[in-house]
Design a protein around this ligand. Structure first.
Ligand code: NAD
Length: 239
């Protein structure tokens, strides 16, 4: 497998999707075993569903949160975190809501679609960190309305701050590595073409070809937990 010396690149973006966490046991959305084979997104992951039936929506996310809590970062998350400790120009931009990059030790993670580990009020935006508590019966301390998971659901506006921060990082990236994303969720998928047009060296790590594979000069067809440590080895003697 081609190996890349990260120190040769001033700025690096790892752009991750559900596939980077698949080997940790977190199901992807699409494909075999995907979540949307079992649930309809309009029933459990939309503001309309939350308004209609908050109990069902919260129960779905509580089940996911409990499952993710039992999963652990895999070698791909850990290798990226190890590189972030060694290279000041490495940014992680993730579509994932599972928090596994942070649990692997990545400190600077741009979460495009929010986090399973936070809740917010639709009106007041207050965040509650749920690291050690269940979702149920959370009300906004200001207005008393039920709080919703701080996740970008279908039909929600994007998190403008996160997208702007990611856009700046992508614009500057000399190396752009997309890992485990089907490139079907927009506008996040647009960062791939953005990086290409900004002149980055483009690497895709995915077990399958995707809608965006044509944008990549290097396509590594292997599971992320094997491909990332092999393609981005740490310097000799590093942990
Ligand atoms: P996706 O489910 O649409 O696609 C997953 C991609 O990962 C596929 O292209 C698949 O071929 C690839 N893949 C599967 N296993 C892999 C592995 N071991 N190594 C490398 N690649 C692998 O995911 P997406 O593109 O991230 O878009 C789905 C949306 O769903 C995102 O917005 C994300 O927020 C959300 N999501 C998040 C999680 C999570 O937090 N872990 C899980 C499911 C979905």
């Amino acid at each position: 497998m081609t190996a890349f010396a990260l120190h040769d690149y001033d700025r690096v973006v790892f752009f991750t999707g559900a596939g980077v966490s698949a080997e940790s046991g977190v199901p992807t959305y699409r494909g075999y075993g995907g979540i949307w084979a079992q649930y309809r997104p309009e029933d459990v992951a939309s503001e309309a569903a939350f308004q209609r039936d908050p109990e069902t929506v919260i129960a779905f996310h509580e089940t996911r949160r409990r499952h993710v809590a039992s999963c652990h970062p895999n070698p791909a998350h850990r290798q990226i975190a190890a590189w972030q400790r060694r290279h000041g120009g490495v940014t992680v931009v993730t579509q994932n809501t599972d928090g596994l990059h942070a649990r692997a030790g990545s400190e600077d993670v741009i979460e495009l679609h929010g986090s399973l580990w936070r809740m917010r009020c639709r009106q007041h935006g207050s965040m509650v960190d749920l690291s050690d508590g269940p979702y149920r019966q959370r009300q906004c301390p200001q207005c008393g309305q039920p709080m919703r998971p701080d996740i970008t659901w279908f039909g929600d506006p994007v998190d403008r701050d996160a997208f702007e921060a990611a856009g700046r990082a992508v614009q500057q990236a000399a190396l752009f590595v997309a890992i485990g994303t089907s490139a079907m969720v927009w506008p996040a998928a647009g960062f791939i073409e953005h990086a290409l047009h900004a002149g980055a060296t483009m690497v895709e790590v995915n077990t399958e070809a995707t809608e965006a594979s044509r944008c990549f000069a290097h396509c590594l067809r292997a599971p992320a937990s094997q491909a990332i440590p092999a393609a981005f080895p740490l310097p000799e003697g590093a942990d």
